[in-house]
Design a protein around this ligand. Structure first.
Ligand code: CAA
Length: 273
């Protein structure tokens, strides 16, 4: 299992809890953390049905560790401005490509990924939340894309899910202004699927985890693939993907023991395998 001082990874039954664990620095993120995060996603055990991305302490994440951008940099981490100056834009873009994998990987895994967000989720923090399939926010959550005010752009895959959630114009406005998106706006606009009091985040997240795990493992895995690609497939491609997925599921339902009605309703389906 991946080792990183700022990352806790703990499996409880079918749920993997991945915790950014640098609360004294508001869970600021580093490239080495991103390597470790990508490794967790890449090596996910098939028994993991749900991943919960969360932050230790009062905040989800204050985004990129800004010391990376200083001339001194951070020990053990790439010095981004120096690399950009010395190696040029193509090599810098290639390096960022490796960072992006820590974010894009969560759409590619079969497991459902939930971001459980409290407090601040800024820049790379907001983008990590956007990399999840579902977001639960607490009433004290404040999300913002601050990249533009640093002379940069959001580049960790957050733009597409934000545009999908709130539309082009609102997404552009959020990134242009760097303003706070409150929990209420996040829920109303579809960025988050649930808003809860701070004290209930753990409970609410657990309930969503349980609700997902009550359904057929195979159906949930197929469903995520169908949904992830839905807005970018043609109607014909989407229909094909849906009927092929259903074909696989129906074959599983009717074989080898014949049609078992209990399987379609059973809350214990996943225990039967
Ligand atoms: N990088 C490094 N250290 C950070 C940090 C960050 N992004 N955010 C907070 N910290 C550190 C602070 O330096 C401070 O450290 P010390 O105790 O050693 O001084 C500690 O965490 C606590 O921070 P604050 O005292 O500021 O805590 P607060 O509760 O008053 O404020 C905050 C919290 C609003 C998150 C504030 O810390 C803040 O604005 N942080 C910076 C947020 C930011 O601009 N992030 C970059 C976004 S852009 C991005 O992520 C880049 C990208 O994608 C390209």
């Amino acid at each position: 299992m991946t080792q990183h001082p700022d990352l806790l990874v703990e499996q409880k039954r079918a749920a993997l809890y991945v915790t950014l664990n640098r609360p004294d620095k508001r869970n600021a993120q580093t490239p080495s953390l991103w390597m470790a995060l990508h490794e967790v996603a890449r090596t996910l055990d098939p028994s993991v049905r749900v991943v919960v991305l969360q932050g230790a302490g009062d905040d989800f994440s204050a985004g990129l560790d800004l010391h990376i951008m200083s001339p001194e940099g951070l020990p053990g981490e790439p010095k981004l401005p120096a690399i950009a100056r010395a190696r040029g834009e193509q090599e810098t873009a290639n390096l960022i490509g490796t960072f992006q994998e820590a974010f894009s990987a969560w759409r590619e895994v079969d497991a459902i990924v939930i971001a459980a967000v409290q407090g601040h989720a800024i820049g790379a923090g907001f983008q990590l939340a956007l990399a999840a399939d579902l977001r639960i926010v607490t009433d004290d959550s404040k999300l913002a894309l601050k990249e533009t005010s640093l002379g940069l752009v959001p580049d960790l895959g957050g733009i597409q899910p934000l545009v999908d959630a709130v539309g082009y114009s609102r997404a552009l406005e959020i990134a242009l202004t760097g303003r706070w998106v409150t929990a209420q706006e996040a829920v109303n606009s579809g960025i988050a699927c649930l808003g809860v009091p701070r004290s209930e985040l753990k409970l609410a997240t657990g309930q969503v985890v349980d609700a997902i795990c009550e359904n057929s493992d195979l159906a949930v895995r197929e469903l995520k693939k169908l949904m992830v690609g839905a807005s970018r497939r043609t109607t014909a491609e989407q229909l094909q993907a849906e009927r092929e997925a259903q074909g696989r599921l129906l074959v599983d339902l009717v074989t080898p023991a014949g049609f078992d009605r209990s399987k379609t309703h059973s809350h214990d389906h996943h225990h039967e395998h």
